[in-house]
Design a protein around this ligand. Sequence first.
Ligand code: ATP
Ligand code: MG
Length: 451
Amino acid sequence: MARAAAVHYSCTECGYSAGRWLGKCPSCSSYGTLVEDVLSAADGAKVPPKPLLRLVDVDAEEAQRIPTGVAELDRVLGGGLVPASLVLVGGEPGVGKSTLLLTALASISKNRRALLVTGEESTAQVKLRAERLGGAERVEILAETQLETVIATLESERPDVCVIDSVQTLYSAEVGSAPGSVGQVREAAARLLRTAKESGVATILVGHVTKDGTVAGPRVLEHLVDCVLQFEGDRYHAHRVLRAVKNRFGSTNELGVFEMTGAGLQGVPDPSEVFGRSAGNEIGSAVACALEGTRPILLEIQALVAPTDLAMPRRVATGIDPKRLAMIVAVLSRHARTALGAADVFVNVAGGVRIDEPGADLAVALAIASAARGAPTHEGQAAFGEIGLTGRLRPATQAERRLEECTKLGLAAVVAPTGAPAASGKLVVHEVDTLRKAIAAGLDADRTEAG
Ligand SMILES: Nc1ncnc2c1ncn2[C@@H]1O[C@H](COP(=O)(O)OP(=O)(O)OP(=O)(O)O)[C@@H](O)[C@H]1O
Ligand SMILES: [Mg+2]
């Protein structure tokens, strides 16, 4: 007698599985996300075992990477696309995902077959963009949203690189739910993964991010793919940042910087030149030497301290975490004799860049202290170091790399926590152990506004 198919219920948000239907998922607490999943009766059938291999007997040759022709993208991927890999590129609407990937395809198509599967835009729309970017004449295009058709085409055509824009538009009739739903996206990614590995097509999926910044809702997709790249940036600023969140073939947290221009995205090989140039002895400005992945980057931090009558003065942060700003303001008041209780504090990272790294704390504190005391920071000076709640500075990671970057940019001095390695060249390192000493070393008190 045939066994009845086993029915169970799984959560579309977190993958939790239960034997009966529940209104609220016990694992992630979302409501109405449990859907029926049918396990086929064959699941319990007996299958023959497979012989095992020793790793020494496995044939593997280091696959030749495919250069994308976009230097910043290659850097983030770890030196180019790995054949037969699956890469997920996430980003907010309008940040420039399609532009970036069409540029890469255009360059790849010069020596290899490059295919763009577009489910979001018509072929005519893509053509208009291609004309604006130039050089994309040989890119092949398929306007299709049916998953099975896309897979069949990939299997028969076997292009070297394929971009799917976007994975949310793919639809398989076999999965009951609507296009863009978690079940559909997961199914599409899993089937494309299989096709990528079997047919040797390096596949790049474009994914939209949800409001809280995760790609396509479920983390399931991120586990599945080989690489996850995040494309971020403020739509109102020209600069975009590409980060590797996960990379099976290279280091993570690499950073690529682009500038959006009328002719497409241009790589910015030396971001410190763009973001780290302050006007010099301006009040309320300091340069941070932050570390993004393995790449040090100089960023100008600006602060404004304005007297206020508000009972709760405002602390407004653009580009840094508001909680970190509140902490820095509190440490400044308590440990560095910079009273800010009756003032609004605004902090901005120039160029629309966002930094999460604690090593940027000291520069933020210097910018605020400079604005509060009306004294500029020394010209040609950068700062890095994490501020502790006791007012003591903690050593920042990879100080050597940061100092190298400052030397490269021709800076004169750096304020850094004690224990920093010796700098090469003319760079002077002011080693300090507390925030108070850092402010004394970093501000040009002789040029105070009042005096
Ligand atoms: N003629 C132009 N000149 C300058 N910038 C342009 C021009 N046309 C488009 N852009 C820029 O390109 C961006 C849109 O790029 P793109 O379509 O690649 O984004 P996307 O991430 O694919 O968006 P979506 O999520 O909607 O698919 C716009 O926000 C704009 O900044
Ligand atoms: Mg797009």
